[in-house]
Design a protein around this ligand. Sequence first.
Ligand code: NAD
Length: 440
Amino acid sequence: MKVAVVGTGYVGLVAGACFADTGAHIICIDVDEAKLERLRRGEVPFYEPRLPEIVRRNWPARLEFSSDLARSVGGCDAVFIAVGTPPNEDGSADLTHVLDVAEAVAKAATHDLVLVLKSTVPVGTNAKVCETVAAHAKHKISVVSNPEFLKEGDAINDFLKPDRVVIGTDDDDAFEILRRLYAPFVRQNNRILRMSPKSAEIVKYAANALLATKISFVNEIASLCDAAQGDVEHVRAALGADRRIGYSFLFPGLGFGGSCFPKDLRALVSTARSLGVHCGVAEAAIAANETPQRNMLGYIERSLGQLEGKTVAIWGLAFKPGTDDVREAPALRLVVDLVARGMNVRVTDPRAMDTAREDLRHRGIEAKVTFVADNYEACRGADALILATEWPEFRNPDFVLLRSLLKGRHVFDGRNVLLPESVVEAGLIYRGVGRPALGS
Ligand code: NAD
């Protein structure tokens, strides 16, 4: 089978590499020549565990990289669209890239093919793409909705062993092509779910909205614990033990971030509104996501007093461990807020220093932040440490060394992953999220 994947980001490159790994011939297409150049040198331009080895073992035999969409589409059974769908000002999804690619594929097609929407798009996009394609194509182009559920940091595992593969199409031939392409990944039991394109489009947003709601919910419970002097870690442990609830996505922290949850919730609310539907739960999950950040700033202000001129070290910049993605990362929001309060901010992250630097440059505050490669060195002379992303190497640090490097004694655990008693034994003061402070 020959397949083109347009957009070589976290989704497109993972999909292309994993399909190639099953023997399919894949052409990955992007407009970013610098990215393609790095890929042709065997380098993966972003951090995703296991991805480089899969790319290297398939390139160039079954995996090609090209910026020439028109030529690449020739002979393909299917073309996947995996380009970005960033938010517009009003929260709706910007479909410009998706529609541009659809039009280009339709114009370039020299035979019938399947056009697969893998980007996350609001319900009704499949129909829009069908219109675009119909206006430009000379051949039959069947538009299928096939949302992607992988998560950064564990994307390869998610793609190779999906909980489900959703295929939204009314066309039996198109379904058959996708069924065959995905067959190697669903051998243990067939987890391919066929449905209408509209249902497939809704599933993706519904899944993300529900997961984000779980996070916002437990963060609200953490605020309640703060006010009532409970301990959210005890509450969480007992909540998750109920199998109807489960432990996943029930971790209090600094709120959800990343390239998907914030934008997809806003897009869901926006699409629903345009259809006359009020998605109150999703709206509340978005609003509640502001609270953890405010709470953390409150902890810091109450502990350090006047913030201006004080120094803070921040461990972690990525929106979660296992990725270098800083899009809508809570850690970066914190950096911005603390810089705005006149603090000297020293940051470190095992993988996301470059992406964070780029983001802060765009915001015009890169020069106000000190990037330090070593996480202990970042603490030297600082009044406090904030753990903002729970990378494994931050979970059990040498607290005695930390105590000797820090000028102050406050450790703010924005992810509740440190052992409070270890922090306090070293003579430091522990403050987690939604749990009593420890040490004095
Ligand atoms: P990304 O920003 O990492 O990659 C998108 C790529 O598309 C970029 O390399 C960009 O250069 C390329 N591109 C843009 N316009 C193009 C065009 N006209 N032709 C060719 N290439 C073009 O994005 P991503 O994180 O991979 O997300 C892609 C889509 O998948 C989004 O809709 C996103 O919501 C969805 N999604 C993302 C994840 C995730 O965890 N990142 C998970 C599931 C779904």
